[in-house]
Design a protein around this ligand. Structure first.
Ligand code: SF4
Length: 311
């Protein structure tokens, strides 16, 4: 587990983002050709950071980074379902000591805004206010991340997905061999996932639902299980994978169990962290099932499961 991550920390491997190439004037190439070049490169090598960055910035003109596929021209000031503008807003940047043991201290960048609308969002003050926070020049953030004392860089929110172009812009200024951690709900498109491939060293994912009905009702999204399962499989091919699952009250049978079963059947050996700290916040009081804390019976059941699954 976390083999790539450990090899980077011990100096045996470089993080993907430090595999660079000469600038080949990618800004002069049409988007379709850029994409072809990127995907061809992905099969045999590590695509240059500048190529990924150029492609991500072009995608902002018709945003399809996540499966909402809004098509918003964010460069021209349009916003999509996430409400995140092209001018990224950061809620906070700090050394996080509360992540999984292997990851701390993790230099964490919390973006404002999210592409999901979970009624019980545990971070709603950040995720549902895409305009809150500050825009920070990529160079300034890069210097802080390079010299801030973290053993990795942890891109989170809200969700990092709408901010991928900005993140690549920051990496272009970074110099230190810090593993890059993608901490996300994983509701990206395949195009978005391919940009992350051979860029992110670790995927720290949030796997929420075991069926589409719960996903639609509580987070407002379509095709959740197809998208998130596909993206976990893509993630595992190029990076280390650690999956978090926040247990929702009343959702052990319909969500927790099917998720764990799917992980067991379809993934190699990801880290799994089953989390029980659910709090009924934000709009949860309007939904009977998630309007409460986990019961003692649910906690007892999960503690048995944890023996089997937790890292
Ligand atoms: S990130 Fe997703 S929700 Fe936001 S504009 Fe792009 S496609 Fe729409």
């Amino acid at each position: 587990m976390l083999e790539r991550y450990r090899a980077i920390l011990s100096g045996k491997k470089l993080p993907y983002y430090l595999h660079t190439a000469e600038d080949e004037h990618y800004h002069l190439i049409k988007e379709e050709e850029l994409r072809e070049l990127h995907n061809k490169n992905l099969k045999s090598d590590v695509p240059p950071l500048v190529l990924k960055s150029e492609l991500a910035h072009r995608m902002l003109e018709h945003c399809e980074l996540c499966e909402w596929r809004c098509g918003a021209n964010r460069i021209r000031g349009e916003t999509g379902k996430c409400g995140v503008s092209a001018e990224t807003k950061i809620s906070s940047v700090f050394l996080h000591f509360g992540e999984e043991q292997e990851l701390v201290p993790s230099h964490t960048v919390f973006f404002s805004g999210c592409n999901l609308k979970c009624v019980y969002c545990q971070n709603y003050d950040i995720s549902q206010r895409p305009d809150a926070g500050r825009n920070v020049h990529p160079k300034i953030l890069a210097e802080r991340l390079d010299h801030g004392g973290g053993i990795n860089v942890n891109w989170v929110g809200g969700d990092p997905t709408p901010n991928l172009a900005y993140i690549l812009g920051v990496m272009e200024y970074m110099k230190e061999p810090l593993p890059q951690v993608w901490n996300s709900n994983m509701y990206l498109t395949k195009e978005g996932m391919l940009l992350l491939a051979k860029l992110m060293d670790v995927y720290l994912t949030d796997f929420k639902y075991g069926n589409d009905k719960c996903a639609k009702r509580l987070s407002g999204v379509d095709d959740y299980t197809m998208v998130v399962k596909r993206n976990h499989i893509i993630a595992e091919r190029t990076g280390d994978l650690m999956i978090r699952h926040l247990v929702l009250p009343g959702h052990i049978e319909c969500c927790t169990k099917p998720i764990l079963q799917w992980i067991r059947e379809h993934l190699q050996s990801p880290g799994v962290n089953i989390m029980t700290q659910y709090r009924p916040v934000y709009r949860a009081s309007g939904y009977d099932d998630v309007a409460r804390y986990l019961s003692q019976d649910e906690l007892n059941f999960i503690s048995q499961l944890k023996d089997e699954y937790t890292i």
